[in-house]
Ligand binder design. Structure first.
Ligand code: PEP
Ligand code: MN
Length: 344
C-alpha cells in the first residue's frame, strides 16, 4: 500500500483536507470511530510491547541523560515501578544555547546500556536529520520534539526509518497542524506514528503550558494513530503530574510520557517537573488500578522476554508480519506481554 497522496474531503474542521485519514491509510473507514470498520492502529516494538489498542504504556525517565549513575538509577526505578519504556534525551532542544545541550552520542550509548540493564525499550529525541541514523541504532522509538513538529526535512527523514516515531505537538500548533505533520512521516512509508499532546501556550503563567486534554478525544475521532500525553512538560510542576496523568487516562490516552529523576535537585534540566522514583511508583500503581476502568490494560514486557528479543536490535524495531494493526502477530489473546501474567 502506498501511503502517498492527498485526498480532499468535505466537511473536515479547519479545512478541506483530511491529512491522516483517507490518504495515509487507504480505508476511509479509519476516519471515524463510529464506523463499524474502524480499526485502531497499534504499534508493536521489537520486544513485543504493544502501543495503542487496548494497551496502556507509560514511558518514563529523566528529561536528559546526564551521568551514567543517575540514568541507571532512574531507569531501574521506573522499570521496577512497571514502566513500559525508558525516556531520556541525549540531544536536548534548549531555549538558550548556553544551557546544557545533552551528551549527544555518548548519551545514546548510556541509554543502550540502561536498556540492556532494565529490558526497557528507549524513546529518545532526534533533532537533526543528520543524526537520525545513529539515534535509530539506539532507540526503539524516535521522538520528534514539540519545537521540531514542523521541521519537514526531519519528519521526512524519520519517515524513512524502520522505527516508530513519537511526534509531539508543537506548543502553538493546532490539532490540524499536528495531523499534517504526522502525514509527512506517513507519506514516507512509516505508518508507526504515535501522537503526543504536551501542552500548548496559554495565557496563564501558573503552569508551564496549558495541557490540552481535549486534544485526546478530538484526535481519537480524527485518526487511528495511538495517542500519548506528556503531563510533565504540560504542567511544568511535579505536583501536578499525577492528577493530569490520571485525567489523560480518563480522556482516552494510550500512554504517557513522564519525567522521573533519581535526584531532581541535581537535574540539569526540568528538575522542577520531575517525579521522584517513589512518587512515580505510587502513580504507576494507581494508574494500573484505574486502567481497566477505561478499557485499558497496563502494558509492558517482562524483563526476561526483553532480554531474549533485544529491545534495540538494529533494524528490528517493528515486528514483521501482521497487518499493521497488531493482528496476525500470533497473539489473539493475552500472552506473556500482558499485565495479567507479569510478575508483580
Ligand atoms: C522532551 O520530552 O524531552 C521535550 C523536550 O519535550 P517537548 O519537546 O514537548 O518540549
Ligand atoms: Mn524535559
Amino acid at each position: 500500500m502506498s501511503p502517498r497522496g492527498w485526498i480532499p474531503t468535505k466537511g473536515m474542521p479547519g479545512g478541506s483536507v483530511d491529512p491522516v485519514g483517507a490518504a495515509a491509510y487507504r480505508p476511509p473507514a479509519l476516519r471515524s470511530p463510529r464506523n463499524p470498520d474502524f480499526v485502531r492502529k497499534t504499534v508493536t516494538l521489537a520486544n513485543g510491547l504493544q502501543i495503542g489498542g487496548d494497551a496502556f504504556v507509560v514511558a518514563a525517565g529523566p528529561c536528559a541523560v546526564e551521568t551514567r549513575e543517575l540514568l541507571l538509577a532512574s531507569a531501574e526505578a521506573v522499570a521496577a515501578a512497571g514502566a513500559g519504556m525508558l525516556r531520556g534525551g541525549a540531544f536536548k532542544p534548549r531555549t538558550s544555547p548556553r544551557s546544557f545541550q545533552g551528551l549527544g552520542e555518548p548519551g545514546l550509548a548510556l541509554l543502550t546500556e540502561a536498556s540492556a540493564a532494565t529490558g526497557l525499550p528507549i524513546v529518545t529525541e532526534v533533532m537533526d536529520p543528520r543524526d537520525v541514523p545513529v539515534v535509530a541504532t539506539h532507540a526503539s522509538v524516535l521522538q520528534i520534539g514539540s519545537r521540531n513538529m514542523q521541521n519537514f526535512p526531519l519528519l521526512r527523514e524519520v519517515g524513512r526509518q524502520a522505527r516508530p516515531v513519537l511526534l509531539k505537538r508543537g506548543a502553538a500548533a493546532t490539532i490540524e497542524e499536528l495531523l499534517a505533520a504526522a502525514d509527512y512521516i506517513l507519506q514516507e512509508g512509516n505508518e508507526n506514528v504515535i501522537l503526543c499532546e504536551r501542552g500548548v501556550r496559554g495565557f496563564d503563567p501558573q503552569t508551564r503550558y496549558l495541557l490540552d486534554l481535549c486534544a485526546v478525544p478530538v484526535l481519537r475521532q480524527r485518526t487511528p494513530l495511538p495517542i500519548f500525553v506528556d503531563p510533565s512538560h504540560g504542567t511544568g510542576d511535579a505536583s501536578l503530574v499525577a492528577p493530569m496523568a490520571k485525567a489523560a487516562l480518563a480522556a482516552g490516552a494510550d500512554g504517557l510520557l513522564i519525567e522521573v529523576h533519581a535526584a531532581p535537585e541535581l537535574a540539569l534540566c526540568d528538575g522542577k517537573q520531575a517525579l521522584r522514583p517513589a512518587d512515580f511508583a505510587e502513580l504507576a500503581t494507581e494508574l494500573r488500578r484505574l486502567a481497566p476502568l477505561y478499557g485499558k490494560r497496563w502494558s509492558r514486557v517482562p524483563r526476561e522476554v526483553s532480554w531474549r528479543t533485544g529491545p534495540s536490535a538494529p533494524g528490528s524495531a517493528v515486528r514483521e508480519g501482521g497487518d499493521g494493526n497488531g493482528r496476525g502477530l500470533g497473539r489473539s489473546s493475552p500472552g506473556p506481554f500482558d499485565d495479567e501474567v507479569m510478575a508483580p
